[in-house]
Write a protein of this length. Structure first.
Length: 277
């Protein structure tokens, strides 16, 4: 099966003057134009390609990588606007991505960038995009657990913080008083679930929840002590700069990590040393 708007691994069936035809093994073929061939391909080779519809709505393959495939959310820049809609720079030299006017949340302007969802329009069998994101997200009650690691797409900056899409499924919010690094719209990053509210709204953070952060740091400190002969001079009395240089953490977190290791009877603490027990 050849999927439109997706990556497909297809076999070289035959060469023609203007490229080669790739097949899926079930009798379906798609053209890979000559400009994408390296000259090293042979019949029977398998090639990963992206398949889309050309201006005449014919399937065609490319080895170029689009910014997003069908089913993806992504930030894209408007190249031009005409009577049909807005055309986005998609990452393909031979094809821009249409956002019809009916799929624009606000009137799109050339030169500006917007978060869109890429989908296959069943009526036309063409790949298009929509800025009306709500209808492509799951509106059922989400089921995440506290401290769950999730993938985030930053969609919008608000007075409260940053509106994000979680795992390409749900809306979430990162509050600005919990953001300790620069965040940009369109950026994909890893976050952690803080809570799912009774109304289904989800609070997330870019920082590991404290217990997770301390657990990871405790392991790092233990490995560091082992690598330095079983004893180190970086204690809870050391300066914040010494601690940060060694472990890239705050003095507060370092003290918590040492306390955890001490309670677990893995280290002995003195004013001048931390030693394996």
């Amino acid at each position: 099966m050849i999927e439109i708007g997706k990556y497909n691994t297809l076999r070289v069936n035959r060469f023609v003057d203007f490229g080669c035809y790739l097949g899926d093994g079930d009798g379906r073929e798609v053209l890979l134009p000559k400009r994408y061939l390296t000259g090293r391909e042979q019949e029977g080779d398998e090639i990963e390609v992206f398949v889309y519809n050309d201006s005449e709505n014919r399937p065609v393959a490319t080895t170029e990588k689009p910014l997003a495939v069908v089913g993806d959310f992504a930030l894209m820049r408007v190249k031009a606007v005409n009577s049909v809609g807005a055309f986005l720079e998609w990452g393909l030299s031979a094809k821009d991505l249409l956002v019809p006017f009916r799929e624009q949340r606000v009137d799109m302007k050339a030169g500006r960038s917007y978060i869109v969802y890429v989908y296959l329009d069943n009526a036309t069998n063409r790949i298009v995009a929509s800025a009306k994101l709500d209808k492509f997200l799951d509106n059922r009650m989400p089921h995440y657990y506290h401290r769950q690691k999730v993938d985030l797409l930053v969609v919008q900056r608000t007075e409260l913080g940053y509106k994000v899409i979680i795992n390409d499924l749900h809306w979430g919010m990162i509050y600005k008083n919990e953001t300790y690094k620069d965040v940009n719209v369109g950026e994909r990053c890893v976050g952690y679930v803080k809570q799912v509210r009774p109304d289904g709204k989800i609070d997330v953070t870019l920082e590991k929840i404290e217990r997770m952060r301390v657990d990871d740091l405790s392991t790092e400190v233990l490995d560091y002590i082992k690598a330095h002969g079983g004893s180190i001079s970086i204690t809870d009395k050391s300066t914040p700069e010494e601690i940060r240089n060694a472990f890239q953490c705050s003095k507060k977190d370092y003290k918590k990590a040492l306390g955890q290791l001490y309670r677990e009877r893995k280290v002995l603490l003195s004013p001048t040393t931390v030693t394996l027990q």
